[in-house]
Design a protein around this ligand. Structure first.
Ligand code: GLA
Ligand code: ZN
Length: 659
């Protein structure tokens, strides 16, 4: 039987002059139940101290030692940080900022992804790593680079952007049309005039902004594919992964997912923060776990990084209170992770991350609270080995779409401060998660036939094909929830003519004529119509966004309580084929979203893993089709649902049996 991976980022390259410390690491690994380490992530200068001169001796020793200890290595390629000699010798590898100023050497994650030199240097060292360790018993998988991200505006990237645009649009006239460039006389008359968006240049052409984001995503992906090519060729059986960053807005991970063997992500919830309570933080974390699981259609993923205690990059870096580390780690496993991995194994003595949490503190022994909590997780993961490879079945989905987010974040108008797409989507996710309903998080391009209930919050940018997919889903009996901000623009960010929600107007059965944004402090209310069959009653709050819609064949289930549009629809239902489409016209309060989602889960036959758990107690399920492992988490700091404060338990059950 395979094990769940436990361990994380290990940097012996920072301690090469202190072999006793490395000896200690190998004494401590088994005490923490650690079986896997990620190594060499930022080790380029140690591996290639000068151009073309390589030194793998220390890595050989380490790999051999890991193998001897029965441990595995997630071996990194080092492109996440470049050596000083390389920047000095080849300045083109240094990234340029949006204002076209070139970076100096330093920091990390800041190479130009177009530079042929950087690509060549990455391929050269990756080939050597792959050749050297291809048959090594410790090699488990390739950790390619680290947290790809950011953008480069250098002349090489400008040139690549122009070629990319030529390829996309063919001729300049099509580009001008797609971007609406007669606005402020921004029409391009020659390809050479095209430039990336800049604070001191163009930033008002939304089509350009959107295409630049697509280009950055694509160019970063091409860089990854280039550096991964020798790994694929020399070690075709060794999985290749990149560590992703949740809802990081700079890359569209849906485009990356088909090119990696497994999804892995770095999760750093902001526990104990004053903005919202830990239950909300757990809900947000669950949302991103579900998004990561969905990127590869439910295939188990890896928690590649998490902190064993605190981080160091927030303004205030709280410790995890006792028990929370175990809760958060097993939460990832319950959402489909086949690992609990950390940044970092041991605290370094110097530089930026010396006070970032680690399994081993500067104190150096196994006698710390953090070490004990990590060791407890190690014990749990051993006991949970049977979940490796099992799935998290979901009948409900909430759509989260990167391109849609890019367009929403960019437009001018309406209510800027409250325009938070991830919060809108995760709010609907939370309403289901709270009730122990498993949720997938697809984008708008995915097939939806596996679901009974799909929520598509703020689907502002509707791509070709989406309307048909949604229509088919509903006709076959699905329940779809749409909201205000639906169907406003097309793929190049041109507004749809003929009334919003554009291509979704017929499906929704509403015409959304106007949107009234509210200032902070201004409110309206939602009044469910008496005796509605969703069981909604009383008065609910509304803030930020009030859309004014006309039902076109749909029935009205709730109306505005005040202002000049009192009595106009807030919630409608359109029956289409065997299914139903709900349209929510306003930004209703959390209670309304909770009650609506509870009613729709019930009505559409979406079952909870366990029904009726107390507030803050959530159940999750993984299954191999025969046996379910059902986890129950108590996110409260008091006893609830038979669990201690921050307690967690799991049990095995025959598949499909409901609690
Ligand atoms: C990121 C990086 C790590 C480390 C952690 C600190 O996830 O990948 O190298 O810097 O943040 O939280
Ligand atoms: Zn560049």
């Amino acid at each position: 039987m395979q094990n769940l991976l436990h361990g994380g980022d290990y940097n012996p390259d920072q301690w090469l002059d202190q072999p006793k410390i490395i000896d200690e690491d190998f004494r401590l690994f088994p005490l923490a139940g650690v079986n896997t380490v990620s190594i060499g992530i930022f080790a380029w200068t140690r591996l290639e101290p000068s151009d073309g001169v390589y030194d793998f001796s220390w890595l050989d020793t380490l790999m051999n030692r890991l193998a001897k200890a029965g441990m595995k290595a997630i071996l990194a390629t080092p492109s996440g940080a470049k050596p000083a000699w390389m920047s000095q010798k080849y300045p083109e590898i240094l990234r340029c900022a949006p204002n076209r100023e070139r970076d100096l050497q330093g920091e990390r994650h800041n190479h130009c992804y177009t530079s042929p030199v950087y690509r060549r240097k990455a391929v050269e060292i990756n080939s050597r790593l792959a050749e050297r360790y291809q048959a090594h018993p410790a090699l488990l998988m390739w950790h390619v680079s680290n947290e790809y991200g950011g953008e480069c505006h250098c002349p090489l990237c400008q040139q690549a952007f122009r070629s990319w645009l030529k390829h996309r649009y063919g001729d300049l006239e099509s580009l001008n049309k797609a971007w609406w460039t007669d606005f402020w006389s921004h029409r391009y008359t020659d390809w050479s005039q095209l430039e990336s968006p800049a604070p001191n240049g163009e930033r008002s052409v939304h089509g350009l902004n959107l295409d630049w984001k697509r280009f950055v995503d694509d160019q970063s992906l091409q860089f990854f594919l280039t550096e991964a090519a020798p790994l694929r060729e020399i070690t075709p059986k060794t999985p290749v992964v990149v560590n992703m960053m949740g809802t990081y807005p700079g890359l569209n991970y849906w485009n990356w997912a088909p090119h990696v063997d497994q999804i892995t992500w770095d999760s750093y919830p902001r526990w104990h923060n004053p903005q919202h309570d830990d239950l909300d933080e757990a809900a947000l974390t669950a949302f991103v776990h579900d998004l990561n699981r969905s990127l590869k259609q439910g295939k188990p993923w890896l928690l590649m990084e998490s902190t064993p205690s605190q981080v160091n990059w927030q303004p205030v870096n709280r410790l995890k209170r006792p028990g929370l580390h175990r809760l958060a780690s097993l939460q990832a496993v319950a959402h489909g992770s086949d690992s609990v991995l950390y940044f970092q194994w041991r605290k370094g003595r110097g530089a930026f991350e010396k006070f970032h949490g680690a399994v081993v503190d500067h104190e150096g022994s196994e006698n710390t609270r953090t070490f004990a909590e990590v060791a407890q997780v190690g014990t749990d993961l051993k006991a949970l080995a049977a979940v490796v490879g099992t799935r998290v079945p979901a009948q409900a989905a909430v759509i989260y779409d990167w391109e849609n987010r890019w367009a929403i974040d960019d437009f001018a108008g309406y209510n800027r401060p409250e325009r938070d797409y991830p919060a809108a989507v995760s709010g609907f996710h939370r309403a289901l998660w709270n009730r122990s309903v498993a949720v997938d998080v697809p984008n708008q391009d995915q097939v939806l036939s596996a679901y009974k209930l799909v929520v598509a919050p703020w689907l502002y940018l509707v791509k070709p094909g989406t309307e048909q997919r949604l229509q088919e889903f509903v006709e076959k009996g699905g329940t779809l929830v749409l909201t205000f901000f639906s169907g406003w623009v097309n793929e190049t960010d041109l507004t749809n003519l003929g009334g919003f929600p554009g291509p979704l107007r017929k499906l929704a059965g509403v015409w959304a004529e106007e949107l009234d944004p509210l200032w902070k402090g201004q409110t309206n209310s939602a009044l469910p119509v008496p005796n509605n069959d969703l069981g909604l009653g009383g008065t609910y709050g509304i803030t930020s966004f009030c859309e004014l819609v006309h039902p076109e064949g749909s029935e009205v289930l709730a109306t505005y309580g005040s202002d000049w549009y009192a009595g106009r629809p807030v919630l409608t239902r359109n029956r289409v084929g065997k299914g139903e489409v709900y349209y929510l016209a306003a930004h209703t309060d959390r209670r309304f979203v909770d009650d609506l989602m509870a009613a729709l889960a019930k009505r559409s036959g979406v079952a909870a893993v366990i029904e009726g758990l107390p507030h803050g107690v959530v159940a999750e399920r993984r299954t191999d089709g025969t046996t379910d492992t059902v986890f129950t988490f108590n996110f409260n700091t008091h006893e609830a649902g038979g669990l201690a404060p921050l307690g967690v338990k799991w049990e095995e059950r025959p598949a499909g049996k409901r609690g």
